[in-house]
Design a protein around this ligand. Structure first.
Ligand code: NAP
Length: 279
C-alpha cells in the first residue's frame, strides 16, 4: 500500500485554510510569516519560494528577506525586531546557513510562539512534556501520516538521531504510546532491529539505503530522506523493490516532504492562535 502524502497534505491544507479564514474574518488582518535566508543555497531558495506559494493558497503573507552575506549580530537584531512586531506572526531561518553562522545560535532568539519551524530549544524540549503546540515540522509530518492512515502498530524504529527528525519524532511517538528504538551511524546490526519492528522511519540521506534485507512483509516504511541524483529526487528507501515486499510505504516525492511543507503552516497557525489569545 502506498501512503500518499499528497492526500494527507491536502486534508491539512483545507483545515488550516478554514482556520486562517476565520481569523482573518474576525481580526481583519492578514497574518505574516517572515522567512530569513542568508547565502545563496539553491535548494533553500526553492523551498522559500514553495512556502511563499503555499502561504498564498492559505491567505497568509509569506515574505522573504534575503542576505547574500550577513553577520550573526545583524540576524539576531532582525529576529529581535520581528519578535515584537504584531504584524509578523511567524519567523523562519532558512537552512543551510553559510558556514560563519550557527543555526542554533540564531534560532534561539525566536520566541517560541513565532517559531514556525519548531526548531527552538523551548519547542524541542516541550515535546518531552507532551506539549506539541509547535513541533519540528518533519516529525509532525511523520506522525500525521501514521495517524491519517490509522496505522495501529506501535513498535517503531527511527534511523536518525538529529534534532530535525529523530529526536523530536521519538518524543512524539512516545507521547502516542509507541515503543521506540532510535538508530544512528554507530548502531550495530541495524537490520536485526528493523526486521523486528512494525514501523521503520528512515532519514539517513542515502539513496537506496533501506532495501529488502531490512524489512519484513508487515513493515510500514516511512521514508524521510531527500537525495538528489541527476536532477531527480529520491528517498532513502529502495521504493520500487520495497513496494511489493512491505505492508505500506511512503513515496518520494509525494510522501513526507509535502506534509512537512504543510506542517510549517500548522505550527504557524498554532503560534498565531497563541498570540491572539495571549497578547
Ligand atoms: P543529519 O543531521 O545528517 O542526520 C542523518 C542521520 O542519519 C544521523 O543521525 C546519522 O547518524 C544517521 N546515519 C547516517 N548514515 C547512517 C548509516 N549508514 N546508518 C545508520 N544511520 C546513519 O540529517 P537530517 O537533517 O536529520 O536529515 C536526514 C535526511 O532527511 C536528509 O536526507 C534530509 O534531506 C531529509 N529531510 C527530509 C525532510 C522532509 O521533509 N522530507 C525534512 C528534513 C530532512 P549520526 O547521528 O551517528 O551521524
Amino acid at each position: 500500500m502506498i501512503l500518499d502524502g499528497k492526500i494527507v497534505a491536502k486534508n491539512k491544507m483545507d483545515a488550516i485554510k478554514e482556520n486562517i479564514d476565520k481569523i482573518i474574518d474576525k481580526y481583519k488582518f492578514t497574518p505574516e510569516l517572515r522567512l530569513i535566508q542568508a547565502g545563496n543555497d539553491e535548494a533553500s531558495s526553492i523551498y522559500a519560494r514553495a512556502k511563499i506559494k503555499r502561504g498564498k493558497k492559505l491567505g497568509i503573507n509569506v515574505t522573504l528577506e534575503k542576505f547574500d552575506t550577513v553577520s550573526k549580530d545583524i540576524l539576531i537584531d532582525k529576529i529581535k525586531e520581528y519578535s515584537i512586531r504584531k504584524d509578523i506572526n511567524g519567523i523562519m531561518i532558512e537552512s543551510p546557513l553559510p558556514e560563519n553562522l550557527n543555526f542554533y545560535d540564531i534560532v534561539n532568539y525566536i520566541p517560541f510562539y513565532k517559531d514556525s519551524d519548531g526548531m527552538t530549544p523551548y519547542n524541542e524540549g516541550n515535546l518531552s512534556l507532551r506539549n506539541e503546540m509547535i513541533a519540528p515540522a518533519t516529525a509532525r509530518a511523520v506522525v500525521d501520516i501514521l495517524e491519517y492512515y490509522n496505522i495501529k502498530d506501535r513498535n517503531a524504529v527511527i534511523i536518525n538521531r538529529s534534532p530535525v527528525v529523530g529526536r523530536p519524532l521519538a518524543m512524539m511517538l512516545l507521547n502516542r504510546d509507541y515503543t521506540v528504538t532510535v538508530c544512528h551511524s554507530r548502531t550495530e546490526n541495524i537490520k536485526k532491529i528493523t526486521e523486528n519492528s512494525d514501523i521503520i522511519i528512515v532519514a539517513v540521506g542515502k539513496k537506496n539505503f533501506l532495501n529488502e534485507s531490512f524489512v519484513n512483509k508487515n513493515s510500514t516504511v516511512i521514508d524521510v530522506g531527500i537525495n538528489y541524483d541527476n536532477n531527480t529526487v529520491y528517498g532513502d528507501a529502495d521504493y520500487n523493490n520495497l513496494l511489493n515486499n512491505v505492508k505500506a510505504i511512503t513515496p518520494v516525492p509525494g510522501g513526507v516532504g509535502i506534509v512537512t511543507a504543510t506542517d510549517i503552516f500548522q505550527n504557524f497557525l498554532n503560534g498565531l492562535n497563541y498570540q491572539l489569545n495571549n497578547f
